[in-house]
Write a protein that binds this ligand. Structure first.
Ligand code: IPE
Ligand code: IPE
Ligand code: MG
Length: 247
């Protein structure tokens, strides 16, 4: 079924976050090494980015590499980092053509030097684009991010720039990597796993969660449209009653 025409463009999510999962299993199904799955996942990234830009979704955050993923076999980590450097440098031109701004969240300094520099260059070269912001979560985990935020706030208190009694949700927000971004209304995870895996724990507080069995390399624009239609058919109550929302 085609889902694009079922989307209500007036009610688009401003921010979609995706846990791109299932590359390894996809490769195994083809009798290939795990990295073959990661390579094929790049096409799905392109499709998701293009679909968001075409529709007018303002932010797309992709979980590309978690803090815990550093614990994978070294050859997979190295191959993933190489794929990342290669993809970022190859795609910068297309990002600019499509007016897409690149940003990244996570412990970026822990990335290999070439990866870090390629990323910073692409961020700099696309910073004036305004159509859609693509956020890569790299060496990211939510507990790392929250720990970092707590440290920053503690330093502000130590330097007498802030009092403990002045800490608000807004201040915590402002110290997260996502400070300037709207919260994701929709979070998608592929590959049939029903968990968050240390992704945006604070920001997903009221997000609609959507799970699909599709493995990431098989994910196409129509799968994203389907998730958006599903999201648009839900009632977001934010703790209120259904009746309150109608009146
Ligand atoms: C997601 O696919 C990509 C990354 C975590 C980098 P996986 O590599 O986790 O694939 P599965 O879950 O093992 O199939
Ligand atoms: C989550 O996938 C991280 C990314 C997609 C980058 P994982 O495959 O690492 O998560 P778990 O281990 O299944 O929870
Ligand atoms: Mg996985």
């Amino acid at each position: 079924m085609e889902f694009k025409e079922k989307i209500n463009l007036e009610k688009l999510p401003k921010h979609i976050a995706i846990i791109m999962d299932g590359n390894g299993r996809w490769a195994k199904q083809q009798g290939e090494q795990r990295i073959f799955g990661h390579e094929n996942g790049v096409k799905s990234v392109r499709e998701a980015v293009e679909a968001c830009a075409e529709l007018g979704v303002k932010y797309l955050t992709l979980y590309a590499f978690s803090t815990e993923n550093w614990n994978r076999p070294q050859e997979e980590v190295i191959a993933l980092m190489q794929l990342l450097v290669h993809t970022i440098s190859a795609e910068t031109k297309t990002l600019n053509e499509n007016k897409i701004r690149l940003q990244a969240i996570g412990d970026l300094k822990s990335l290999p030097d070439d990866c870090y520099h390629e990323l910073q260059e692409a961020i700099e070269n696309t910073k004036n684009n305004t159509r859609t912001t693509l956020v890569l979560a790299l060496s990211y985990s939510s507990r790392w991010e929250i720990t970092n935020a707590v440290k920053q706030i503690a330093e502000q208190i130590e330097n007498k720039k802030l009092a403990a009694s002045e800490i608000t949700e807004e201040i915590i927000n402002a110290n997260l990597c996502t400070a300037d971004m709207p919260e994701p209304e929709l979070m998608i995870r592929t590959s049939g796993e029903h968990r968050i895996s240390n992704f945006l724990l604070w920001q997903l507080a009221y997000s609609e969660l959507y799970f699909t069995d599709k493995l990431w390399p098989d994910f196409r624009k129509n799968d994203l449209y389907e998730a958006i239609v599903d999201y648009q058919n839900r009632e977001r109550r934010f703790g209120k009653t259904s009746e309150q929302l109608i009146s």
